[in-house]
Design a protein. Structure first.
Length: 346
């Protein structure tokens, strides 16, 4: 099993210094590279302090200059916010200047609030159509001249400038529904899935949908399957309690955005009460510790072995969860020092 890192520039309130947040993020990326992670992912979100990522390619270009070999991925570029020529060129330029380290992740987008601002009138539930039109066009632009007359974009003959350094850029699709799994396999894409805070049975459901999509596609392509979970590794009750408290705070903001429930002020989503939500049992401390990649190094190793047995090829360690900077670094370092060696050959 290989390991990937998802880390955001994040502020839970306006007391956090933005320069310190930026320094922390690059430190986490460098620790991951030194500790044996294969890939680091940058998101795309707009006007939200909890995920400061207006352009994932700009973030990855920054990280590329501060690293040497870790692969650099978009998780994910939101198709509806881009023009195909622009997206193809930005991605190809990153691949060029990083020495061929691009992992190109594309998706539909998460929050209706962002669509209301970035693509007014577009429902988040309809945005998958933009992704499905976008990806083949981007791949064609990477190869050379192409003209396009689609439902959402039209342009005369054009190409991507520059071209990617890699002859076959790895492409990833974020999938949770059967229609997206089917599309990913038809287009020969790798798949990343995120079970949120739900139990292991949710991961089993995604693997089932993946296997069914492989059978339907019947094209000889075997995707890399990655699973993402919020992660915290600790060795004492104090650090455990801090991690649980942090993730509950983030989830209060996330549920606001995910369910389009409440207001956002100066980029900070108001925290909704987890006690008032349907399915609130997912947010009690015991369930969070059980469902997420939380625990001592030994506990985390056993959880990862379960994912490995399920058929997960690469695990995405989601570090951003409102946890204090020092605690995030301790958690990641414990993972590098005591967890990753259990999955290395020899």
């Amino acid at each position: 099993m290989k390991f990937q890192l998802a880390v955001n520039l994040e502020r839970m309130d306006d007391s956090a210094d933005m320069q310190q947040v930026a320094r922390h993020t690059i430190d986490m990326v460098q620790r991951a590279e030194q500790g044996g992670f294969s890939t680091v992912w940058a998101a795309e979100h707009h006007a939200l302090e909890m995920t400061i990522a207006p352009n994932p390619f700009q973030i990855l270009t920054w990280w590329a200059a501060e690293t040497s070999h870790i692969r650099l991925g978009t998780a994910v570029a939101t198709a509806a916010y881009w023009h195909p020529i622009n997206l193809a060129g930005e991605a190809a330029f990153l691949d060029l200047i990083s020495g061929g380290r691009l992992e190109f992740g594309i998706g539909s987008g998460a929050y209706q609030r962002e669509f209301d601002r970035m693509r007014p009138g577009l429902k988040q539930s309809d945005a998958w159509q933009y992704m499905q039109e976008m990806l083949p066009v981007v791949r064609a632009l990477w190869q050379g001249d192409v003209e396009h007359d689609g439902q959402f974009w039209q342009f005369p003959r054009s190409t991507s400038c520059p071209k990617p350094l890699q002859s076959d850029v790895p492409v990833w699709v974020a999938a949770r529904s059967p229609i997206t799994f089917d599309y990913a396999l038809r287009e020969k894409c790798n798949v990343m899935s995120w079970p949120l805070t739900r139990p292991f049975s949710e991961a089993e459901l995604y693997k089932k949908q993946l296997d069914e999509a492989v059978q339907k596609a019947d094209n000889g392509f075997r995707p890399t399957f990655a699973m993402m979970r919020h992660a915290a590794v600790y060795t004492n009750d104090k650090d455990r309690d801090e991690a649980i408290s942090a993730i509950q705070g983030v989830l209060g903001q996330f549920e606001n955005l995910f369910r389009n429930m409440d207001d956002v002020l100066n980029g900070f989503p108001k925290k909704v009460s987890l006690e008032d939500l349907e399915g609130r049992e997912q947010y009690n401390p015991h369930m969070l510790e059980e469902n997420l990649l939380f625990g001592s190094p030994d506990v985390v190793i056993e959880k990862l072995k379960r994912y490995q047995a399920l058929g997960v090829d690469e695990f995405i360690f989601y570090a951003s969860m409102g946890l204090e900077i020092g605690a995030q670094k301790r958690s990641l370092q414990l993972f590098c020092d005591e967890v990753i060696p259990a999955f290395q050959e020899g």
